[in-house]
Design a protein around this ligand. Structure first.
Ligand SMILES: NC(=O)C[C@H](N)C(=O)O
Length: 626
C-alpha cells in the first residue's frame, strides 16, 4: 500500500472511511466507467473557453427544469379505431415533436439534448417576454422546461384502471423523484379524480408537484383541449414548487383530492366544489399560495403502494332496503363511504337500516358519512344526521366521495395501526382533503396590525393592495428573522398569514438563509411549517448546497433526512469544487459534500476527480449513514 501518511487527503480518507467510505489502494486512477462524463457532455464542458459556444455551455442544467411525463393513456392520446376511440401506442412523442408550440427542435439539436436525456425527451420553446409575466414567475426564472415522456404499455382508457395502476405510477415517481423538478401524469378523465385522490394519500411527505391532466378531445384533432392542458401542466410543474398532487384542466390547477368530474361533454370537465383552485392560468399564471398544502414534516418522500381493496361506496336513496345495506356490509367489506342526503342525513325513522349500520361498525367496518351534494359539508345539525353518529359513523366533513374512498383504502392498509388509530386517522385532515375543524381556520390577513399600519401609512384600502404589501414585505422580513434565528418573529409572520416558503427578490427563502447560518432549530421550525427543501434561488442553489458551502453539518444531516438532494447544476459543479478542496487537502470540506450526497468520484471540469487530484488514493464512496 502506498505510504500516504504525509498527505492531507490520507487523513481525510481515514476520517471519511469511518464508518462508511472504503479506502482502497489503486494504481489506475481513471474514474469508474459509470462515472465518466458522457462524451457529448465532456465536449461541452471542455469547450468552456470558446466564446462562440458560450450560449450552449452556460450550464444548461441551471437554466432548465426537468419534468417527467408519465403517459398512462386516456383520450388525450387516442385515435379512432373501428369508429371508437382507443389509445394509440408509440405515437405521442412523435406527434409532439412536430408541434413547435410544445417542442423546440433547434434548442434540442444545439444542446445535444437527446444525447443526455434520451430520445423520448422534448423541450418547450422559450416563452416570449411579456411585461406582465415578470410579476408572476412565468418568465422570472426564464427556464427551459425539458420533459421526458414515459409511456405505459398498454395505454389505458381510465375506466380500465385499478389500484395496481396507481401503485405503478407511484413507484415510477418514487424511482425518478430526485432527477426531476416535477411530474405530469397523462390520464383519462373518467377516473382521474380517483387516481389523483389516491396518489395524494400514497405520496407521503411530498415536496414536488405531481400534476394529473388529460383531455376531452384527442391531441391529434384540429380542435382539442389536450395541447393547452399539457402545456399548462408542464409550465406549472416545471416552475413552481407546489408540493401537492394536483389536477390541471381548462386553465385551472386544483388540489387532486378535491376534484370530481362533472361534465362529460365540456372542456371544463372538473370541479373542485369545496376548495378554490390552487392556480389559474389566464394571461399569466397566478398561484394562490395561501391555499397550497404542505407536508410540514422533516421526513423523506416515500410512496405507499399498499391499498386495501375491501372498500366501497353506498349511495342512500329513498326506499333502500335493509337487506341491500346488510348484503353490502358483509365481510370482506372493511370500509364504506355512505353517501347521505344534504348535510349528512339519513332516515331516523328506519330502525332496520340503522341497525344494519350499527352492527357493521360494531364488527369493525369503518363507515364514513359523506354528502351526496356536490358542495358543502356533513354536520349534526339535524336529528337525521345525529342518528348516524350514534350508529358509529365517522363524519367525512367536506370530502368528495372519491377522496373518502381512496383515503379509506390507504388508511385500512396500514398494518401497524389498530382499528381506533385508523378511525382517528380517517377523521383527520391528512392532505388537505377536508376541513376537519372550521373553528381552527387560520387568522386572516386583516387581523395583522403590522401590515395594517403600513397599509394605512401608504393609504391602502382594498384587500388586493393589502395582500400585495404583505407579499412584498414578508419574505424579506422572514429572511431577516431566519438570519438571526428568531423563531418568535417567524411565528408572528406566519400568524399574519405569510407564506414562509416565499423567496425574496433573489428567490432566497428563509430556509436558504437559516441553512447558511446553521440555525438548526430554525431549519427544523421552517421544515415543520411548510418550507420546501427543493426551493431554488435565482442562481439555482438549494438550501442543502448553501449548508454545505457554509459547512453546517447538522443542518446538512437534517435536510438530507427530509429528502433534500443537490440540483443537477449543483451536482455538475460538485466535481470541480471537490477537486479544489482535495487540492487544498481540505478534509472537512470534502466530508460535508459527501455527507450531503455528493459522490467523491464525480469528475470536475477537466474530467479529474477529487481522488485523482490527491494523486494517491481512491475512495469507493458510499455516503455516510445519516
Ligand atoms: N376524456 C377521457 O379521457 C375519457 C376516457 N374514456 C378515459 O377516461 O380514458
Amino acid at each position: 500500500m502506498a505510504d500516504s501518511s504525509t498527505n492531507g487527503l490520507t487523513s481525510l480518507a481515514r476520517a471519511l472511511s469511518q464508518p462508511s467510505l472504503d479506502l482502497i489502494e489503486v494504481n489506475d486512477v481513471s474514474p469508474p466507467r459509470s462515472l465518466q462524463l458522457h462524451p457529448g457532455r465532456r465536449r461541452k464542458l471542455s469547450s468552456c473557453n470558446s466564446i462562440e459556444n458560450a450560449d450552449l455551455i452556460t450550464s444548461p442544467c441551471a437554466a432548465e427544469a426537468r419534468v417527467l411525463v408519465i403517459n398512462t393513456g386516456g383520450t388525450i392520446g387516442m385515435t379512432l379505431h373501428d369508429d371508437v376511440l382507443a389509445p394509440q401506442a408509440n405515437a405521442f412523442v412523435k406527434s409532439l415533436r412536430k408541434l413547435p408550440i410544445v417542442h423546440d427542435e433547434t434548442y434540442a439539436q444545439q444542446t445535444r439534448m437527446y444525447e443526455y436525456y434520451g430520445s423520448d425527451t422534448l423541450v418547450l420553446p422559450k416563452p416570449a417576454p411579456h411585461p406582465d409575466l415578470q410579476f408572476h414567475g412565468l418568465s422570472k426564472q426564464n427556464k427551459r422546461i425539458v420533459y421526458t415522456i414515459l409511456e405505459y404499455n398498454p395505454l389505458l382508457d381510465s375506466s380500465n384502471m385499478t389500484t395496481d395502476d396507481w401503485g405503478r405510477i407511484g413507484k415510477d415517481i418514487e424511482r425518478n423523484y430526485e432527477s426531476y423538478d416535477g411530474f405530469v401524469i397523462l390520464h383519462g378523465t373518467d377516473t382521474m379524480a380517483y387516481t389523483a385522490s389516491a396518489l395524494s394519500f400514497m405520496c407521503e411527505h411530498l415536496g414536488k408537484p405531481i400534476i394529473l391532466t388529460g383531455s376531452q378531445v384527442p391531441i391529434y384533432e384540429m380542435r382539442n383541449d389536450g395541447r393547452d392542458n399539457l402545456l399548462g401542466a408542464l409550465l406549472i410543474a416545471g416552475q413552481f414548487v407546489i408540493p401537492e398532487v394536483c389536477l390541471y384542466f381548462y386553465n385551472k390547477l386544483y388540489r387532486g383530492n378535491r376534484v370530481t368530474k362533472v361534465d362529460a361533454g365540456s372542456f371544463n370537465a372538473f370541479s373542485s366544489p369545496n376548495l378554490p383552485p390552487l392556480a389559474t392560468a389566464e394571461v399569466d399564471i397566478a398561484i394562490n399560495w395561501d391555499t397550497v398544502w404542505r407536508a410540514n414534516t422533516t421526513a423523506k418522500f416515500q410512496v405507499k403502494t399498499e391499498l386495501n381493496r375491501n372498500v366501497g361506496l353506498l349511495r342512500l336513496f329513498p326506499g333502500i332496503t335493509a337487506s341491500t345495506v346488510k348484503a353490502f356490509l358483509q365481510p370482506p367489506m372493511e370500509g364504506v363511504v355512505l353517501e347521505t342526503y344534504g348535510s349528512g342525513n339519513a332516515p331516523d325513522n328506519r330502525p332496520d337500516l340503522l341497525e344494519q349500520l350499527k352492527k357493521a361498525t360494531d364488527a369493525g367496518v369503518i363507515i364514513i358519512n359523506c354528502t351526496q351534494c356536490l358542495r358543502g359539508s356533513v354536520s349534526t345539525s339535524y336529528a337525521t344526521g345525529k342518528v348516524l353518529i350514534e350508529a358509529g359513523l365517522i363524519a367525512g366533513g367536506d370530502m368528495t366521495p372519491e377522496a373518502a374512498l381512496s383515503k379509506l383504502s390507504y388508511v385500512l392498509a396500514k398494518k401497524e395501526l389498530d382499528l381506533e388509530a385508523k378511525k382517528k386517522m380517517m377523521a383527520e385532515n391528512l392532505r388537505g382533503e377536508m376541513i376537519a375543524d372550521l373553528a381552527g381556520a387560520k387568522l386572516c390577513l386583516s387581523d395583522s396590525r403590522f401590515i395594517q399600519v403600513i397599509a394605512k401609512s401608504l393609504s391602502v384600502s382594498c384587500k388586493e393592495e393589502l395582500e400585495a404589501i404583505r407579499d412584498a414585505l414578508t419574505p424579506t422580513l422572514a429572511c431577516a428573522a431566519a438570519k438571526i434565528g428568531d423563531i418568535e418573529a417567524l411565528k408572528a409572520l406566519k400568524e399574519m398569514g405569510s407564506n414562509l416558503c416565499l423567496g425574496d427578490y433573489d428567490g432566497r427563502t428563509p430556509l436558504h438563509v437559516a441553512a447558511c447560518e446553521g440555525h438548526l432549530k430554525m431549519v427544523q421550525y421552517l421544515l415543520s411549517h411548510g418550507a420546501s427543501v427543493h426551493a431554488k434561488d435565482r442562481y439555482g442553489d438549494t438550501p442543502l448546497c448553501n449548508a454545505v458551502r457554509f459547512r453546517r453539518k447538522e443542518v446538512v444531516k437534517l435536510l438530507r433526512k427530509t429528502g433534500a438532494h443537490f440540483s443537477r447544476h449543483e451536482l455538475e459543479e460538485a466535481g470541480t469544487e471537490m477537486c479544489s478542496l482535495a487540492a487544498n487537502g481540505d478534509m472537512d470540506g470534502l466530508e460535508i459534500w459527501s455527507l450531503a450526497g455528493a459522490d467523491l468520484n464525480q469528475p470536475g471540469y477537466d474530467g479529474q476527480t477529487a481522488i485523482q487530484v490527491s494523486g494517491v488514493i481512491q475512495f469507493k464512496a458510499t455516503p455516510p449513514a445519516l
